[in-house]
Design a protein around this ligand. Structure first.
Ligand code: URA
Length: 241
């Protein structure tokens, strides 16, 4: 089915300007549709077939955006917040898209956070039924032991009447401050922290390393992000199918 949009919305979605700016600019004749000047902002254009130019330059339509962010500590995983900086404040060119984070990391958690405007993919990745692996690296106050590893494999009671799914604990270093990697398949509020709390241990640093097998790009410093490649998007879309 042909997908159509108003001309002013098309250009606003692509970040050319605001809707009111675009109405003005279109009426001034700065926009062509298939090489013909079009002065009516309400004109419906076909996303597949029509060629839209602004000041002579083609403006292609990109419907979905997929970004990988290395979330720094100190920002919240939300689209708006009256007090804190959000992960969206870190994204420079949002191209007028309604981006949102795929799930949440705590304010003090770092690492891989996907941002997109593709609700279907986000839903797939977050659905508890899909059992998408999330791998975290953590520093934990206290000795993490083989007994903890075995207990995590059985599932951890983190609230009344709730035991987590089995989780794979890989102990990298066990000492007064231990280092671990943990693979979980859920995204309950403060899940990793509460799993350790259940054994009287405190997570003092937490970073997500991967989601669904897609690893955080090691070239991204905290606060940096990049667009996912087509292969990465396809890979995520095919997860669990
Ligand atoms: N588990 C937590 O406790 N915090 C996070 O940010 C992610 C998983």
């Amino acid at each position: 089915m042909a997908e159509q949009l108003r001309l002013d919305k098309y250009l606003a979605d692509m970040g050319v300007g605001t809707r009111s700016e675009l109405k003005l600019w279109i009426r001034k004749g700065r926009v062509t549709v298939n090489d013909v000047e079009c002065k009516k902002p309400e004109t419906k254009v076909d996303l597949q077939k029509d060629v839209i130019c602004f000041d002579g330059a083609i403006v292609g339509y990109i419907k979905y955006i997929y970004l990988m962010l290395n979330k720094p500590a100190g920002v919240v995983s939300a689209t708006h917040d009256n007090v804190n900086r959000t992960v969206l404040d870190l994204i420079r060119d949002k191209q007028g898209k309604d981006l949102f984070p795929v799930g949440r990391l705590d304010k003090d958690t770092e690492g891989l956070l996907l941002l997109t405007n593709d609700g279907d993919l986000a839903h797939q990745l977050l659905s508890p039924k899909k059992h998408v692996d999330k791998v975290y690296y953590a520093k934990v106050q206290g000795k993490v032991t083989e007994e903890d590893r075995e207990a995590f494999l059985k599932g951890v009671p983190i609230e009344e009447n709730y035991i987590t799914l089995p989780a794979k604990l890989n102990i990298l270093h066990s000492d007064e401050i231990s280092e671990i990697e943990l693979t979980i398949q859920e995204g309950k509020f403060h899940q990793v922290k509460r799993m350790f709390e259940a054994f009287g241990k405190e997570v003092i640093f937490l970073k997500r390393l991967s989601m669904g097998g897609l690893a955080l790009d090691t070239g991204l410093s905290p606060g940096e992000y990049r667009i996912l490649t087509e292969d990465e998007v396809l890979y995520l879309k095919n997860l669990g199918i």
